[in-house]
Design a binder for this molecule. Structure first.
Ligand SMILES: [Zn+2]
Ligand SMILES: [Zn+2]
Length: 440
């Protein structure tokens, strides 16, 4: 493949050495202070009619939604503003089946969906767009997570944090001023979400090495040139430095693009994400609040990187069988669904144990994964210098809760990750308390 500018991949189609032809969506990205003013003209390129359902919440309406809706109406669009209300004082909306069902009839009549917001608003719109076949254009209000350019949706369905494949938006717009005015903890959360990549890419490669799964090096390398702009200078983000903010937003988009290229969330979501998803699910069971996705993912990334570090130090593991089932009492109401997901990887767990025991498989795995490993200290210092969450207490929870999430995170998905490898190698669950003691 020819060399290309990673920041200019949008809308391009190219043959990749992974064997696939990648058509990159979103087709266009506008990062400019006049992005709200340009929204109507961009939307016009992707809709047949002029009825726009604009989805926002009360905060993103203030940040950009009201102004964006006015700009659309001024340009002749018939605008239906769908504002996701807070479910209770101090609680923010969630992307779940209940919310989607409630607003689906209003979205169904539109020619275009326009989410103005970040994770929850964007995922809700993406889910509706997938169901109705209506195109959508996203206006991003925070550099808080990497879902903007990805096809993946992370809704809660019947109480279980799930993964649904939708499609990427036709276009993403944002204004640097809107991003900078977002609560800083959202920017710090975005940093946590992109830092996950060192673990998630290693987890993906692990599946490639063990099971010969599809793997695309190009998608993994997409942000290599941009990463130093925030990884080496995290304090710049805390200062709101323009270059660092732009780099973070680009990295969030490109890690989303990587998921699109791979047709799986694997490039950006491995064991570290399962820890965060577990915390979310524990919240939906017991009502204890959870923190922002990216803030939890940042902490999950430190824990998962520590797990990799310990695994890579093992010269010859005493392989054991993976746990035969899930802890039903721990999960409570969603236990049946969780058990179904975990059962989905029973074959892989057995196969992995056999493969790892054969010949020099473990040595080769260690050598390959060591080359991709980023030490937990590096991740922790980056998050710390950026003023992001590092510790359980900064997520508003006790260490015991983080420990339970770490111990049970492997149960919630059929995806094989570092968490499963650590169980097979006999490190988990024993090392979990040491790891949380050290980092949590
Ligand atoms: Zn590829
Ligand atoms: Zn994420």
């Amino acid at each position: 493949m020819d060399e290309f500018d990673e920041r200019d991949v949008f809308g391009k189609t190219f043959e990749c050495d992974c064997g696939r032809t990648h058509g990159i969506e979103p087709r266009e990205v506008i990062y400019a202070d006049n992005a709200i003013g340009r929204l109507p003209e961009v939307c016009a390129r992707y809709a047949d009619g002029r009825r726009a359902a604009m989805i926002m919440d009360v905060r993103t309406r203030r940040a950009a939604g009201a102004e964006a809706a006015a700009a659309m109406a001024d340009a002749g669009w018939d605008v239906d503003e769908i504002v996701l209300e807070d479910p209770a004082p101090g609680k923010t909306p969630v992307c779940d089946d209940v919310t989607k069902t409630a607003i689906a009839p209003r979205a169904a009549g539109a020619d275009l969906l326009v989410p103005v917001g970040s994770g929850v608003v964007g995922d809700t719109a993406k889910w509706l767009a997938m169901d109705s076949g209506v195109p959508y254009v996203t206006f991003a209000t925070a550099a808080s997570m990497n879902g903007y350019a990805s096809p993946n949706i992370a809704p809660t369905i019947e109480g279980v944090k799930s993964l649904v494949y939708g499609r990427a938006p036709a276009a993403v717009l944002t204004s640097p001023t809107v991003l900078k005015n977002a609560p800083y903890e959202m920017t710090a959360a975005g940093l946590g979400d992109v830092l996950a990549k060192s673990v998630s890419s290693a987890d993906w490669y692990l599946n490639h090495l063990l099971f010969d799964d599809y793997y695309c090096r190009r998608s993994v390398g997409l942000i290599a040139g941009i990463e130093p702009l925030y990884l080496d200078r995290p304090a710049d983000l805390a200062r709101g430095d323009e270059t660092a903010m732009r780099a973070l937003f680009d990295a969030l988009l490109l890690t989303g693009v990587a998921m699109n290229m791979a047709d799986t969330s694997f490039p950006a979501s491995g064991g570290e994400h399962l820890i965060s998803h577990s915390l979310d699910m524990m919240s939906s069971v017991d009502g204890v609040p959870h923190d922002l996705h990216g803030r939890q993912v940042g902490v999950g990334t430190i824990l998962a990187a520590e797990l990799y570090e310990r695994l890579l130090a093992v010269e010859s593991p005493e392989l054991v069988d993976a746990p035969p089932g899930i802890d039903r009492a721990f999960w409570g109401p969603p236990a049946d669904v969780v058990a179904g997901h975990y059962a989905g990887k029973a074959d892989r767990l057995r196969e992995a144990k056999e493969l790892l025991a054969a010949g020099d498989a473990w040595d080769r795995l260690r050598a390959e994964l060591s080359a991709m490993h980023r030490p937990p200290e590096r991740i922790a210092s980056c998050l710390s210098d950026a003023g992001a969450a590092l510790k359980a207490r900064e997520l508003g929870i006790g260490r015991d809760r983080l420990l339970r999430a770490l111990r049970h995170a492997h149960e919630i998905r059929s995806r094989f990750t570092v968490l499963d490898l650590a169980y097979l190698a006999g490190l988990m669950p024993a090392v979990a308390s040491e790891i949380v003691e050290k980092w949590g």
